[in-house]
Write a protein that binds this ligand. Structure first.
Ligand code: SF4
Length: 379
């Protein structure tokens, strides 16, 4: 039987953010797959999906929700007073009695919300869940929808769609997960020169650099977040870096020269601009400032290589979709529309590990057959 206890120490500080411990049998299955050489393609897709927690949405409070609930209570109170004011004298007495009860309830509700607000303010991420304290409100892909739950990260091998690593987190986005998942996938598969493919939600320069330093090759598109492009100005990509002279060339064919370097949030950034902007006929489409400035991170070449890899291998994004959709689709179909059966990180992580174990065993049986799997397990 699976252990319901997380094998990490209770003093583990990461426990508050994520619990990477899979069930031991989950890891054994991956070791077995490794022995059977099922990970020969050396490519894994990384993806995250939101799974509902036991915690109902009404029992999760963010700053907006507390404010809205307090306003609703206050408006209900005013509405009751207004109704009593306009009631017929004969009805007024009965209404006043009823109103007194309502006001007591509203006061209790307000006091409860104030207690929740105090708890919320003490929480590091400024939100509180009353049923499962580790669950968090998260946006989902549907417009205007959200869930209170966990963000489950997986690394899936592209050949057989086996989940080689997984981790339950309560962070609502995937930024910051690339290196962690890639490293776990590499350890699990034992593939030194691993290629990982992920969607633009994982794009974070420090993460891509960390993978690069570890020899993990990344394929992921850049998010379209350029404010200049949104304003109709030339996008950053319209400026080409010239490594031999450490300059940029702009759409008007001018050179943007290196000017100075700064350190921002621990990152060294180089700034470039051209002296020709003031008299440039294309300035209207470029900047509203004195000159268009381009900033370059000291490790920008790593990001440029990642982009160029993807440009040369656009089929990698299709491969990513095919790879990661299979396991999440299967797991969600098995679980149905319901939420996790357990609460708190360690239990939810164990529950997820069991789902992953069942999924992987099912896959291996489909690939090898029951008899071959039993023989391999006994060997
Ligand atoms: S405004 Fe400056 S950077 Fe922009 S196109 Fe003209 S010269 Fe180049």
């Amino acid at each position: 039987m699976p252990s319901a206890v997380c094998v990490e120490s209770s003093s583990c500080v990461r426990r508050q953010l994520s619990c990477p411990t899979g069930h031991p049998n989950c890891r054994r299955t991956i070791v077995l797959c490794r022995r059977l050489e099922l990970f020969s393609q050396a490519i894994v897709g990384i993806d995250g999906s939101k799974f509902k927690a036991v915690n109902n949405r009404n029992r999760n409070f963010t700053a907006t929700k507390v404010k809205r609930r307090l306003e609703e209570s206050f408006n209900r109170y005013l509405g009751q007073l207004d109704t009593a004011d306009h009631a017929e004298p004969a009805l007024a007495k009965a209404k006043t009695e009823h109103l007194k009860e309502k006001i007591i309830k509203l006061r209790e509700e307000t006091a409860r919300l104030q207690t929740v607000e105090e708890q919320r303010l003490q929480s590091p991420d400024q939100q509180v869940s009353l049923t499962d304290p580790d669950a968090r409100a998260m946006a989902t892909s549907g417009r205007g929808t959200g869930t209170v739950g966990y963000n489950v990260q997986t690394a899936v091998d592209s050949q057989h769609h086996l989940i080689v690593a997984h981790e339950v987190t309560n962070i609502g986005h995937d930024r910051g997960q690339l290196f962690n998942m890639a490293k776990q996938a590499r350890e699990a598969t034992g593939i030194k020169e691993l290629k990982v493919v992920a969607d633009r939600g994982y794009f974070k320069r420090e993460e891509i650099l960390a993978c690069h330093k570890e020899g993990i090759t990344t394929y992921l598109p850049k998010p379209m977040t350029s404010p200049n492009q949104a304003k109709g100005f030339y996008p950053r990509d319209a400026f080409r870096y010239l490594p031999e002279s450490n300059e940029y060339s702009c759409p008007a064919g001018q050179r943007l020269l290196w000017r100075y370097e700064t350190i921002e949030k621990g990152m060294k950034l180089h700034t470039y601009w051209s002296s020709a902007c003031a008299s440039c006929a294309m300035k209207e489409k470029c900047t509203t400032g004195k000159q268009r400035r381009i900033r370059r991170w000291e490790h920008e070449d790593v990001l440029e290589s990642a982009q160029s890899r993807l440009d040369w291998n656009p089929e990698m994004m299709r491969l990513r979709r095919q790879t990661v959709e299979h396991p999440f689709g299967t797991l969600k179909a098995w679980m149905g529309a319901t939420h996790f059966a357990t609460k708190r990180f360690r239990n939810v992580s164990t529950e997820m590990s069991l789902h992953v174990l069942a999924y992987n065993l099912n896959r291996v049986i489909k690939i090898l057959g029951v008899n071959a799997l039993m023989r391999a397990a006994r060997a």
